[in-house]
Design a protein around this ligand. Structure first.
Ligand code: NAD
Length: 419
């Protein structure tokens, strides 16, 4: 299968088609699930600090809501486009179904480099985008969350904007909020915590001892830094991490707590130095020999161009869509065990679900309760995907898709086609 394109939506559709074939879905159901249900494109003005008016473009896409309200993050990144948002929305549908939480899938994005804006500009952009997509969002219908380039502060501005429109506070309209305004304990770490839990389970399955395992993590934002920290705490030797500024490699192991503190202070690893540290490019980093590789940045990092040179035993997809379908085939033939994105990074939406439930009932849980519930869901989901993969002699990605797509198809079938 050739990588004729690196279009994330075409890749997502190709992954769906393969699962639909395995599940023998009816052609009607395939037509329904292959495309998003709703897409909103907006172009909106923002007043910049120097008085200029700039127009930004953004999207909110709801892929499927058969199993519950739409759920999915908001990305602020210069490379956002409608097809990327469509892909991310479709992956959200499968992810929520896979961990069996009562949501459909959605995603949003704005074409912008948030680091190029001042904080007041970012706030005005967030509030205006929230207003533009407010016709779709709501605690009972579509609940956004953070993704690349957005964080708790952006979620707080979003929640405040919708609350100002309504005239009262609606904490459950968005998740990933700071705890001071109805966020959940454990949400900031949840995605990386989930990645580390499935990495641990997969390592156990493969007979890899964590205290002897080497780890490489691409991306050092919310997902990558927490993944690196938790695997480091589990006893792994994290030998390389990277962000947009490049890769940092030390075969003897990196001081992850120090790097994490540095990245938090400086919003990047740029300029970090330590004894024994070597600089590598992001491309070189992916090809380092290691036991566990966790891509936690963006889509299309492992393609048919480099898949053959990937030298890990276990690949855990913290990012959404880091591996193209043709690269997947190559990794499978090489015997690399891939924990797919819709399973590996589902910890984030799982704790977002906990946050939404807590917001609706206005009763909050302890961090221990959150982490225990997350642990149970991640371990159970890993086991059901592994079981599916072993029973059907397919990859973990196909196993995960089979579980998820079957659940969404079943819900769609039971509800019926309106009218
Ligand atoms: P983030 O903005 O916090 O961090 C992104 C990181 O990737 C940064 O360190 C950035 O420097 C780095 N990066 C950007 N471009 C890069 C490049 N070309 N090469 C290498 N590194 C690059 O974003 P995040 O929330 O950590 O999201 C990372 C991935 O995880 C995305 O694919 C996102 O969709 C996925 N994800 C996030 C969550 C969540 O809860 N935040 C949940 C599920 C999945």
């Amino acid at each position: 299968m050739a990588d004729v394109h690196l279009n994330a939506f075409q890749n997502a559709q190709q992954q769906f088609d393969l699962a639909a074939e395995k599940l023998d879905l009816s052609s009607g159901m395939r037509r329904v699930l292959r495309v998003p249900q709703r897409e909103l494109s907006v172009n909106f003005p923002v007043k910049m600090d120097n008085g200029d008016i700039q127009v930004f473009s953004g999207y909110r896409v709801q892929h499927n809501v058969s199993r519950g309200p739409a759920k999915g993050g908001i990305r602020f990144h210069p490379a956002v486009d409608l097809d990327e948002v469509r892909a991310l929305a479709m992956w959200m549908t499968w992810k929520c179904a896979l961990v069996n939480i009562p949501y459909g899938g959605a995603k949003g994005g704005v074409i912008v480099d948030p680091n190029s804006l001042s904080s007041p500009e970012l706030e005005r952009l967030t509030r205006r985008f929230a207003t533009e997509i407010s016709i779709l969002v709501g605690a009972e219908k579509d609940i956004p969350a953070p993704d690349v380039g957005t964080n708790g502060q952006v979620m707080a501005w979003f929640m405040d904007t919708i609350s100002m429109h309504r005239g009262y506070t609606v904490p459950a309209v968005i998740t990933g909020k700071p705890v001071e305004v109805g966020g959940s304990l454990g949400r900031v770490e949840a995605t990386g915590r989930g990645v580390s839990i499935v990495a641990r389970e997969a390592a156990r399955h493969l007979g890899i001892r964590l205290d002897q395992a080497t780890v490489v993590v691409q991306g050092f934002g919310n997902v990558g830094s927490v993944t690196a920290e938790l695997l480091h705490k589990m006893g792994c030797r994290v030998i390389a991490v990277s962000d947009v500024s490049g890769g940092y490699y030390n075969p003897k192991g990196l001081d992850i707590p120090a790097m994490s503190a540095y990245a938090k202070r400086n919003r990047s690893l740029a300029g970090y130095t330590a004894e024994g540290l070597e600089q590598v490019s992001n491309a070189e980093l992916l090809e380092l020999k290691c036991d566990i590789l966790a891509p936690c940045a963006l889509e299309n990092q492992i393609t048919e161009q480099n898949a053959d040179r990937i030298r890990c035993k276990l690949l855990v997809e913290g990012a959404n869509g880091p591996t193209t379908p043709s690269a997947d085939d190559i990794l499978y033939e090489k015997g690399i065990f891939v924990v797919p994105d819709i399973l590996a990074n589902a910890g984030g939406v799982t704790v977002s679900y906990f946050e939404w439930v807590q917001g609706l009932q206005e009763f909050f849980w302890t961090e221990e309760e959150i982490n225990n519930k997350l642990e149970r869901i991640m371990v159970h989901s890993f086991e059901s995907v592994l079981d599916q993969a072993l029973r059907h002699k397919v990859s973990m990605r196909m196993g995960g898709y089979m579980v998820a797509v079957a659940r969404v198809a079943e819900a769609t079938e039971i509800r019926g086609i309106y009218p």
